[in-house]
Design a protein around this ligand. Structure first.
Ligand code: UDP
Ligand code: MG
Length: 331
């Protein structure tokens, strides 16, 4: 049985939770105090991401005493970004905040983000970590190098020191829902959408309880997902290597012919060497060409919008009508 949809809440808070049973009571205490004090209608979507420590059950129990809490319990662990997707799909609010469960993102910042969004009319408010001392030196260094790589390689204008704590307007949530791609990294996708944004600063606190759910393996996978969904340049590697190999093969062939003419070869060596060098170069070049087309297919499959109009002025182009009725000159 599904309930009738009620009026849309002003604010939704989406929290992915993987094995967070230890932290949930603490989160409930702090988050609820902030949200009840806001004086607006709200909804909290907590996504149990296939946890093994009873987080899903605890979410259901907590929702009995907290009517605004909607647990979305997933059948298996799908990872942080897809848990966020499930949460965003259930978020109905005019504004939607996404945050981690472990209280590293202080809930007390939510009123500040909401106020900024309403006052400045922006669609995204990023919470920037002004102090990353709670992160290890390794994490800070790899994050800085990665952000730099993404900025240059993928051409996305990423704000610094920004994670998954942010506020989105409903417009942004709807734009995200339009994207059919499966490998999503929201901290790249959202800046890429290019909605007007603002930044608020906060101190990143240590995890309130439990251990990190992001081992290096998951961090590497997130980094690769982010990069590979925004650039196909690794596919073009074969072209570059193939072109360099062709030049080397040509030089090698000249060397082989000279050695042949000087009589410093054993029979058969010259022809075999030239053939091997040439074939290796040709194969790499062909791989490069294939890579270029695979890259195109990948971009088509992602089906991202080709542009997004920020403000409409004047008349909308009547694309549908034009399709049915070609302009006079082309009839
Ligand atoms: N998380 C999740 N599914 C996963 C891994 C993590 O939903 O497979 C959630 C986790 O419960 C937390 C958020 O993602 O709310 C960020 O994880 P964590 O705080 O462990 O990452 P860290 O802060 O150590 O980078
Ligand atoms: Mg954390």
């Amino acid at each position: 049985m599904t309930a009738e949809p009620g009026p849309r809440p002003h604010l939704s808070v989406v929290v992915p939770c993987y094995d967070e049973a230890e932290v949930l009571p603490l989160l409930e205490g702090r988050l609820r105090a902030v949200l009840d004090g806001l004086g607006v209608s709200y909804q909290v979507v907590m996504v149990g991401d296939g946890s093994r420590d009873g987080t899903g059950e605890l979410l259901r129990k907590t929702s009995v005493g907290w009517p605004q809490l909607e647990p979305v319990v997933l059948a298996r662990n799908v990872g942080h970004q897809l848990a966020l997707t499930a949460g965003l799909d259930h978020a109905e609010g005019d504004y939607v905040v996404t945050m981690d469960a472990d209280l590293q993102d202080p809930p007390e910042l939510i009123p500040v983000m909401l106020e900024r969004a309403v006052a400045e009319g922006v669609d995204v408010v990023y919470a920037r970590r002004s102090d990353r001392r709670t992160d290890s030196r390794f994490k800070r260094w790899t994050a800085a190098a990665y952000y730099d790589l993404v900025r240059r390689g993928a051409g996305v204008d990423l704000p610094d020191h920004v994670g998954d704590y942010r506020l989105l307007s409903r417009r942004v949530v709807l734009a995200l829902r339009m994207l059919p791609e499966r490998h999503r990294v929201y901290r790249l996708l959202i800046p890429w959408l290019g909605f007007p944004s603002a930044v608020v600063e906060h101190r990143r606190e240590p995890r309130a309880a439990g251990r990190t759910k992001y081992p290096v393996r998951k961090m590497v996978s997130l980094a690769w997902n982010g990069l590979s969904s925004f650039t196909t340049s690794p596919l073009h590697l074969a072209t570059t290597v193939g072109a360099s190999a062709s030049v080397l093969a040509l030089l090698g062939a000249v060397g082989v012919i000279v050695a042949f003419l000087l009589g410093r070869t054993v029979p058969g060596w010259a022809s075999v060497s030239v053939a091997v060098l040439f074939l290796a170069a040709v194969q790499l070049l062909c791989l490069g060409v294939l890579g270029a087309y695979v890259g195109r297919i990948y971009e088509e499959v992602q089906q991202r919008p080709m542009y997004r109009v920020d403000q409409e002025t004047g008349r909308r182009p009547r694309v549908e009508d034009d399709r049915e009725e070609p302009p006079a000159g082309r009839r």
